[in-house]
Design a protein around this ligand. Structure first.
Ligand code: G3P
Length: 218
């Protein structure tokens, strides 16, 4: 299973990378806005900066919602760095754009996926990744992890190559649940990744080991 970090914050990306477990980064327009990156030129520069920090896939999202616009933006994004994966919304023109990008060897991440039907279309179009939004589904009293499990099962049945990238991860337990559901990738906030380390018995055990060592070694 691959770990991506879901942020456009360079310090957080660096911290996750330094932990030694980071395989890539996902961003979206909201995350870019959070960092205050204004203007297309600066945003492209920021994507390049992210690519320089991590040796892995970096999802960069198109803003256009029409086919021609998505193609134009996606082709431009793909030229920024070999690690860029073009993130495309799961709408009709998006599926057509994914099909086009696939035929040109440009890798894609089909985003805003909330159903197995959408995931089926994304895979048929040849998406590299499909991003079911776990947390946002949970917010509507649906079961986001269950969707991840269903997509994984469907892709396995038909041997689709599209990787299931569990997104909209809100907490550490989501990471575990998506891993158990068979997600190929989980993209998470830094705190959720660090939460995997937390266990009071680890802290208590370590404190006792150190105390016992000091008893005999001073
Ligand atoms: O990158 C998309 C995604 O992970 C969004 O997460 O927390 O805004 O639902 P969230």
């Amino acid at each position: 299973m691959k770990f991506f970090i879901d942020t456009a914050n360079l310090a957080q990306i660096q911290e996750a990378y330094d932990l030694g477990v980071l395989d890539g980064v996902t961003t979206n327009p909201s995350l870019m806005a959070k960092e205050g990156i204004k203007g297309v030129e600066n945003q492209h520069k920021h994507y390049i900066d992210i690519c320089r920090l991590v040796n892995g896939d970096v999802s960069a999202e198109v803003i256009a919602t029409d086919y021609e616009g998505m193609i134009r933006e996606g082709e431009e994004l793909a030229t920024l760095n070999e690690h860029i994966v073009v993130k495309v919304p799961c709408i009709a023109d998006g599926i057509k754009a994914i099909k086009y990008f696939t035929s040109k060897g440009i890798r894609t991440n089909c985003t805003l996926v909330f159903s197995t039907g959408q995931a089926l279309l994304a895979a048929k179009a040849g998406a590299t990744y499909v991003s079911p939004f776990v947390g946002r589904l949970d917010d509507t009293c649906s079961d986001g992890v269950n969707l991840v499990a269903h997509i994984v099962g469907m892709y396995r049945t038909y041997h689709f190559k599209t990787q299931v990238l569990a997104a909209s991860i809100r907490h550490t337990q989501h990471i575990i649940q998506c891993a158990e559901a068979g997600a190929d990738v989980v993209t998470c906030p830094l705190d959720a990744i660090k939460g995997l380390l937390n266990h009071p018995l680890t802290d208590a055990g370590l404190a006792k080991f150190i105390a016992d060592y000091k008893k005999i070694n001073g």
